[in-house]
Design a protein around this ligand. Structure first.
Ligand SMILES: Nc1ncnc2c1ncn2[C@@H]1O[C@H](COP(=O)(O)OP(=O)(O)OP(=O)(O)O)[C@@H](O)[C@H]1O
Length: 353
């Protein structure tokens, strides 16, 4: 069943999107972008000031002039999984998971049977007799997933479910989620591009409460149009106006006002807004302007140097180059050094914004 949401929460959110039946949508964006507000509005924990929220034929929220329609959280058919498992401490794991089917009227024995099925689904059947206080963070979170699913929600909402886990527990939960989210309608807020890659069909990028980019995961990461998505994809991104030969970079950034040539992909029309994307590994760093070859030479000032996967990542504002430690030492690079970032036109992907 399709989930449709148009929600305005003053100063926090102004967004419209849908989740198709069986689709998992990852919501990404910088801190304070409004991701949690979006989930809270879907769950019924925050009341929008305008818009409408529908799950199939059911109207969960509507604000039409003076009249308001509002369905409380427990009647929405949605389940919210938070960063913390929030299990009932006085109940066993089994009874935590049996809680929703029991509340929905299933007899005790049947509700426990349902709970066992969901615990098996999240690889936690062996934990059935424990109390929440006897679980690790990862175990508790898997039980919380089972508890959410046992309520048979039509839409599952996940708010950074891996955020509070250590690096060993996160991969196991991610594998469990990959299994249970398949063919299930879900919205997952995350900071981690791996979650989007492994769990989602589509990405929505939020910035300052608004959607700046959305599309299939592969498309957004392969051809990002927003600075945030480019960062997720590990690409340098320049925005500007498409020219017959490339892109005239706009803005006050490191390459603002410069012309960049690249390889258009058919959609880039001269005069229209466009972007140029290239990986830091395609950028060479020179102290002097190199001669000859048809390359882009961007004069920039280094802002920061950091180790990155066995190389040195050289930052110049929003641009980055990856070079070997030997090359960095030989060039004597440090913050403030004026250099040229050089990238071959063939390595620069150009497309419409
Ligand atoms: N209860 C609240 N009342 C008023 N404003 C709030 C409330 N909670 C959050 N905000 C503000 O709303 C905006 C969006 O916050 P939100 O928590 O939704 O962002 P987020 O994308 O989830 O951020 P993060 O990634 O840091 O969790 C922020 O400016 C925040 O300060």
């Amino acid at each position: 069943m399709t989930f449709r949401m148009t929600a305005r929460v003053h100063g926090r959110l102004d967004a419209e999107f849908t989740v198709a039946p069986g689709e998992t949508v990852a919501v990404l964006g910088p801190n304070g972008a409004g991701k949690s507000t979006l989930l809270a509005a879907a769950a019924g924990l925050v009341k929008p000031h305008g818009g409408s929220i529908r799950l199939g034929d059911k109207v969960l929220f509507a604000h039409d002039g003076g009249r308001q329609h509002w369905v409380p959280p427990h009647l929405r058919g949605v389940a919210l999984l938070a960063q913390e498992a929030l299990l009932f401490p006085h109940l066993s794991v089994l009874d935590n998971v049996a809680f929703a089917p029991r509340s929905a009227g299933e007899p005790r024995a049947r509700s426990r049977e349902t709970a066992r099925r969901w615990l098996a689904e999240v690889d936690a059947l062996d934990l059935a007799g424990r109390r929440p206080g006897q679980l690790s963070g990862g175990q508790a979170q898997r039980v919380a997933v089972a508890r959410a699913l046992a309520a048979d929600p039509e839409l599952l909402l996940l708010d950074e479910p891996m955020a509070a886990l250590d690096i060993h527990a996160a991969p196991q939960l991610r594998r469990v989620l990959k299994r249970v989210l398949a063919r299930r309608s879900a919205l997952i807020v995350t900071h981690d591009v791996l979650d989007a890659l492994m769990l989602a069909d589509r990405i929505v990028v939020l910035e300052k409460g608004r959607i700046v980019e959305e599309g299939p995961v592969r498309e957004v990461l392969g051809r990002p149009r927003s600075a945030f998505a480019a960062g997720l994809a590990g690409l340098n991104l320049l925005t500007g106006t498409v020219t017959p030969d490339g892109l005239l970079v706009s803005g006050p950034g490191a390459a603002g006002g410069q012309a960049v040539s690249g390889t258009p992909d058919g959609e880039a029309l001269a005069g229209e807004p466009g972007v140029a994307a290239f990986p830091p590994s395609a950028v060479s760093v020179f102290l002097e302007l190199p001669h000859g070859s048809p390359r882009n030479c961007l004069p920039v000032a280094i802002t920061e140097l950091e180790p990155h996967a066995g190389r040195i990542r050289v930052h110049a504002g929003e641009l980055a180059a990856d070079i070997t430690p030997a090359a960095s030492a030989e060039l004597g690079l440090e913050p403030g050094t004026q250099v040229f970032f050089v990238v071959k036109s063939a390595e620069v992907q150009l497309y419409g914004a």
